[in-house]
Design a protein around this ligand. Structure first.
Ligand SMILES: [Fe+2]
Length: 326
């Protein structure tokens, strides 16, 4: 090792060299660079936060729009039967509650026309007990003259205390009002039996304004049941979906009802309705298709747009296709 090597390895020499290095660094630049990096990092964090909040807001908006959207939908069910020889299309309208779908019901009428039904079943609460019946009149004035239409009462029409007047109004548009009776509808070369019963509220004493003493919901149902046979496809209109035992023990091939308003709040694939009148919370028959032994029950979620929000439960026009079994 030479002298110069010894010199360069001394602490004093190293200190001098390190001092030169640090001397070349501008402390302000270091500070600025450090603060700048911190600022940039802070901005990146803020940007990330804003982006996450933005995505959440958009998702929430999409969820709310989808959940609370109450545009008119069409729900279609197919029923295969060996009691018919060619297809029959039935439209079911329920629980309109005097609501409007476009000016003079244009949207609803267009939807019905687009579906081209062979007949229309009105399964109660078409008129409301707390509104004028302009919306119902506007609808029936058109469909009553274009289609074979059949109607049964719902509880709200009975609650109005003027169900007889509402029925007269409905009849005036050419709609057949069923009160424990049947009608035979000829479609092509085949017949369908359409039967209908009043809402059970009709038979409670307080509301019994125009009924023969002693008649009950069961009398009407039995009367309808007596008029059907096994060889002709039969459909019963009855506002209440929860009277399952009565329907099971009847001879009808199809029961069409409403009243439940789809359980008001739904989460598709999780639960089918939160609450329905006369069924309580988490109702089984809130809306949809139900197989009752050898017969079908179709519960319309209805057309009502009341102040109580419908969640994932838009108003619906129900279409039932009867398809010949091969
Ligand atoms: Fe109802």
């Amino acid at each position: 090792m030479g002298n110069s090597d010894i010199l360069e390895s001394t602490p004093a020499f190293l200190e001098k060299q390190l001092g030169n290095i640090f001397w070349d660094i501008d402390p302000d630049a270091v500070k600025e660079s450090f603060v700048g990096e911190r600022l940039r990092e802070g901005m990146r964090t803020e940007q990330k936060k804003t982006m996450v909040i933005g995505i959440c807001v958009v998702l929430l908006l999409v969820f709310c729009i989808t959940a609370f959207w109450h545009g008119l939908t069409v729900k279609t069910y197919d029923i295969s039967t060996d009691k018919i020889t060619s297809c029959v299309r039935i439209a079911v309208l329920s629980d309109l509650h005097d609501c409007n779908f476009g000016k003079f019901q244009k949207d609803l009428i267009e939807k019905i026309r687009h579906q081209g039904p062979d007949m229309i079943l009105l399964t109660g609460d078409i008129a409301d007990d707390k509104k004028t019946h302009d919306a119902t009149e506007q609808l029936l004035s058109v469909i009553g003259s274009e289609y074979a239409c059949f109607y049964v009462s719902g509880n709200h029409e009975i609650w109005s205390g003027q169900s007889h007047k509402i029925k007269d109004l409905i009849r005036s548009f050419g709609v057949m009002v069923l009160e424990g009776g049947t009608e035979i509808v000829s479609i092509g070369d085949q017949n369908i039996v359409v039967a209908g019963v009043d809402d059970p509220e009709e038979f409670y004493p307080f509301y019994r304004t125009d009924r023969t003493k002693g008649e009950s919901f069961y009398d009407q149902l039995n009367a309808c049941n007596m008029e059907i046979d096994d060889s002709t496809f039969s459909v019963l209109l009855s506002h209440r979906p929860e009277l399952i035992n009565e329907y099971k023990s009847s001879g009808f091939d199809l029961v069409a009802s409403g009243h439940s308003h789809g359980g008001q709040i739904r989460i598709p694939y999780i639960f089918n309705g939160v609450y329905a009148p006369n069924q309580g919370f988490f109702p089984k028959y809130a809306g949809g298709y139900y197989q009752l032994d050898d017969k079908a029950l179709i519960v319309s979620r209805g057309l009502s747009k009341s102040v109580i929000p419908r969640v994932f439960n838009p108003p619906e026009l129900v279409i039932v296709n009867l398809i010949p079994k091969k």
